[in-house]
Write a protein that binds this ligand. Structure first.
Ligand SMILES: Nc1ncnc2c1ncn2[C@@H]1O[C@H](COP(=O)(O)OP(=O)(O)OP(=O)(O)O)[C@@H](O)[C@H]1O
Ligand SMILES: [Mg+2]
Length: 224
């Protein structure tokens, strides 16, 4: 997945062209191109260190330096700060999930800022993840890893974002959770993009949408 010379997809929620990203002197993304059409789930696949997480963070504007074009719903966001990017209807669930010890499950679900009109209610999230209903008053970090993952994804669904960026959403999911369906990875109206742990086969078997493959490894490191 190197470039840039993609035809534009007119109904794309997300359109990335010629995206470069750096951590300090380290040039990690080398001109990638990617589209996420309305209503689709796109899965990023690639070796460790290929730049999958960096791609998601670049869309959210939380890498130190990036260049290229990232259009959300047709609007260019490459020069915007993360809180402005979120207002274009994007929610990010990082690999470390960002669950707080000082907030219980209910508070985590009541906290998110709305960035779109179609956010699930707390009750709807609890219907999707019944485990969380049983732990409603538990501090976030007292949940199991899989329960924290459900909470982190549930929190993104509360925002009403049209585009969900989920970093390794299946990593700690048990068989029951993995086997549910792609409802968890798509907002009610919108699209999702994520990079799963465990490679292509489990991601595709569990209905995680259209795969996008990263390039072969580059000598000396480097990226998608
Ligand atoms: N905060 C950082 N500072 C410096 N380099 C970083 C940072 N985060 C990631 N990198 C480097 O950027 C490259 C891409 O990392 P990234 O986390 O995007 O890979 P990934 O494809 O998500 O890998 P994995 O499959 O292991 O999750 C790697 O070489 C990594 O070492
Ligand atoms: Mg990663």
């Amino acid at each position: 997945m190197t470039n840039a010379a993609l035809d534009p997809i007119l109904d794309s929620i997300l359109a990335i062209r010629d995206l470069h990203a750096w951590y300090g002197e380290s040039h990690v993304l080398h001109g990638i191109g990617l589209d996420v059409p309305e209503g689709q789930v796109v899965t990023l696949l690639g070796r460790n260190g290929a730049g999958k997480s960096t791609t998601l963070k670049s869309v959210m504007g939380i890498v130190p330096r990036r260049r290229g074009s990232i259009r959300l719903g047709g609007a260019e966001t490459i020069g915007l700060r993360p809180f402005h990017i979120a207002r274009h209807g994007v929610a990010f669930c990082p690999e470390d999930r960002g669950i707080y010890a000082t907030l219980d499950v209910k508070e985590h679900l009541e906290l998110p800022t709305r960035v779109g009109d179609h956010g699930l209610s707390t009750e709807q999230v609890l219907d999707l993840f019944p485990h969380l209903r049983e732990r409603l008053n538990s501090p976030g970090t007292k949940l199991s890893g899989g329960e924290q993952q459900m909470l982190a994804i549930g929190r993104t669904l509360r925002t009403g974002a049209r585009l969900l960026l989920l970093d390794e959403p299946l990593r700690r999911a048990g068989a029951q959770h993995r086997g549910t369906d792609r409802r968890h990875y798509s907002p009610p109206q919108g699209a999702g993009i994520h990079h799963p742990a465990g490679g292509a086969e489990p991601a595709l078997r569990h209905g995680c949408g259209r795969p996008v493959l990263s390039d072969r490894p580059r000598p000396g490191g480097g990226a998608l």
